[in-house]
Design a protein around this ligand. Structure first.
Ligand SMILES: [Zn+2]
Length: 167
């Protein structure tokens, strides 16, 4: 069976509608799938995307977009232990006073407590067992990292106060 005007028109129609070559062959009758494909090529219709073989999409060069954080979150150094400095009250003597630079002696803890600018500032005054400090404050003094850094200025402050008291 040849390609009459009518059949070619039908072929075009069915092809543009998206039917496969074998479906068109069936519809037309009397032609093989291969004949349909051949005709389609000759008619220059071959560019159609057939359902059986989807046209290639333009190759994506862009990487799939990653939604959300692009990198694992950097862990902030929250693992640095928070050093809780026990609220040790300075020792009060029988007269209610606390240790000052004047009353501190070798056997007393020289750990400063409070804000040196504050009148409530005092030294610990407990019996010193580890160097200049009592047990509790000695332990604090050897805390790693942050606590240590924070306390670096304190001996300086202490020396300054001692100097001031000596004047
Ligand atoms: Zn102490």
């Amino acid at each position: 069976m040849g390609w009459s005007e009518e059949r070619v028109a039908l072929l075009r129609k069915l092809w543009t509608e998206g039917l496969s070559a074998s479906q068109i062959a069936k519809q037309l009758g009397g032609v093989t799938r291969n004949a349909v494909i051949g005709k389609v090529h000759r008619l220059g219709l071959a560019g159609r995307a057939t359902p059986s073989r989807p046209a290639k999409r333009p190759v994506r060069t862009a990487r799939p977009r990653i939604v959300g954080p692009t990198a694992p979150r950097m862990r902030l150094p929250s693992s640095v232990p928070h050093v809780i400095i026990p609220d040790l009250e300075p020792v009060r003597f029988a007269d209610g006073k606390t240790a000052t630079v004047l009353t501190l002696n070798e056997s007393m803890c020289k750990y400063p407590i409070g804000d040196p600018a504050d009148t409530a500032f005092a030294f610990c005054g407990r019996a010193s067992s580890c160097g200049p400090y009592c047990q509790d404050h000695a332990r604090l003094s050897y805390q790693p990292s942050q606590a240590k850094k924070r306390r670096v200025s304190e001996p300086d402050e202490l020396r300054r106060m001692v100097r001031l008291a000596a004047m």
